[in-house]
Design a protein around this ligand. Structure first.
Ligand SMILES: NC(=O)N[C@@H](CC(=O)O)C(=O)O
Length: 425
């Protein structure tokens, strides 16, 4: 195995030091280290973070390899500073059996760019009618611990209760896409002033809040773990705040786009801004930012949702919802929160690793810990060029925006997946 000596780097914002990486772990830290056999990386001006962990990634394989593959999505993740991603189950076929989750897990190992942890479907075919083989997926080589029908809500309260009860046996978690389907029939965007003006059918905030309220009560009743995907409204934050105050075992995520972009973008009718849940208002953004800083929302998760050109570059009503996220998430976090490195490490690495049970990730670089880390240059501002992204898809809402921060290097188990800002393989 190779060794790397990263000189003069700030670990999570602390005073600069050297980091020696050898045999897959951080071997030593301290000023003025020497290691003649090691490749030297100049870390001056750079910040080392524990490798980022994404709880919500759509990799599209199997089924829509034209939009993304496990390999292309893994490369996009590494370039975004990630060392682990949790792959959503809404593939084709759906990841609702041990066979499919093992396939995704194996493809992730073969790509070798990030650890790919499959998420299993809660219900067969995401149809919301009967539970999938949760136990078989948990016992498989993929060791699934998070289950989600993301893209669809587990709307039936009895099924949701059964799922929460079932996963309790192995400390699993149900990640809910909170959307009461009867309240969002035909919905195209956030229900509010803009949707009224544009004459587009609205997706009301209450459709999300009602499901979160129900699910925290169910999770409390059965004493099980609930995770809420892509929280998007100020009202959801209040429901979560109350549930957490009562000690309910609930965690929640917010996406980078819900921290930055408003429903006003729909005025362009550019479907790149169509996403589920929809972009909301400036008031919601302020509440989400405050909740993330406070810890009422636990993590930033990308909801990286690649779509082929024909599924995005069409009339708004026909376009698929979803936007790319992996290669821009850290830049958005820096844009929103500035260089609050401890907050960024907590919300984008340590806590998501803990929720997913990825015990070799989310650990700050220190002697003896697995060398899963990323080096960020916060001083660089870069223009986002869709054609330069590693994702197979181009649906980034940040095209031609100038954003802060650049990932210089990412290490997975001591080997670089990204060096000098470029993918190693
Ligand atoms: N978040 C999105 O807008 N899209 C997701 C699924 C979904 O939640 O609709 C996708 O898989 O594309």
């Amino acid at each position: 195995m190779s060794s790397y000596l990263i000189r003069n780097v700030s670990v999570v914002g602390a005073a600069p030091t050297d980091l020696l990486i050898r045999d897959g772990v951080v071997a030593e830290t301290g000023a003025g280290l020497t290691a003649p056999e090691a490749t030297v990386v100049d870390g001056t001006g750079l910040v080392a973070l524990p490798g980022l962990v994404d709880l919500h990634t759509h990799l599209r394989e199997p089924g829509r390899e034209d939009a993304e593959t496990v390999e292309s999505g893994s490369r996009a993740a590494a370039l975004g500073g990630y060392t682990a991603v949790c792959a959503m189950a809404n593939t084709s076929p759906v990841a609702d059996t041990a066979g499919v989750v093992e396939q995704v897990w194996r493809l992730g190992r073969e790509a070798g760019l990030v650890d790919v942890q499959p998420i299993g479907a809660v219900t067969v075919g995401l149809a919301g009618e009967r539970l999938a083989e949760l136990g078989a997926m948990a016992d498989s080589a993929a060791r699934v611990r998070i289950f989600s029908d993301d893209g669809f809500c587990v709307a039936d309260p009895k099924l949701m209760r059964r799922a929460l009860e079932y996963v309790k046996a192995f400390d699993g978690v149900i990640a809910q896409h909170a959307e009461e389907p009867r309240l969002t029939e035909g919905a195209q965007m956030h229900e509010g002033e803009v949707s009224t003006r544009l004459g587009l059918t609205g997706w009301p905030a209450v459709a999300e809040e009602a499901i979160i309220a129900r699910d925290v009560l169910l999770a409390e009743h059965v004493g099980s773990r609930l995770h809420v995907c892509h929280v998007s409204t100020a009202g959801s934050v209040e429901v979560l705040r109350q549930a957490k105050a009562r000690g309910v075992r609930v965690t929640a995520e917010v996406t980078p786009h819900h921290l930055l972009l408003t429903d006003g973008h729909a005025e362009t009718y550019d479907p790149v801004y169509k996403v589920n849940p929809p972009l909301r208002t400036a008031t919601d953004i302020a509440a989400l930012r405050a909740a993330l800083a406070e810890g009422v929302i636990d993590v930033v998760a990308t909801d990286h949702a690649p779509h082929a050109v024909e599924d995005k570059e069409c009339e708004w009503a026909y376009a698929r919802p979803g936007m790319l996220g992996l290669e821009t998430a850290l830049s958005i976090a820096l844009e929103v929160f500035g260089p609050q490195w401890d907050l960024i490490a907590e919300r984008m690495s340590r806590t998501p690793a803990r929720i997913a049970g990825l015990d070799r990730h989310g650990i700050d670089p220190a002697p003896g810990v697995p060398a899963n880390l990323t080096l960020v240059d916060p001083a660089v501002r870069r223009v986002i060029e869709p054609a330069e992204l590693a994702s197979r898809s181009r649906n980034t809402p940040y095209a031609r925006m100038t954003l802060p921060g650049r990932i210089v290097a990412t290490f997975l188990r001591g080997e670089p997946t990204v060096l000098d800002g470029k993918a190693v393989k």
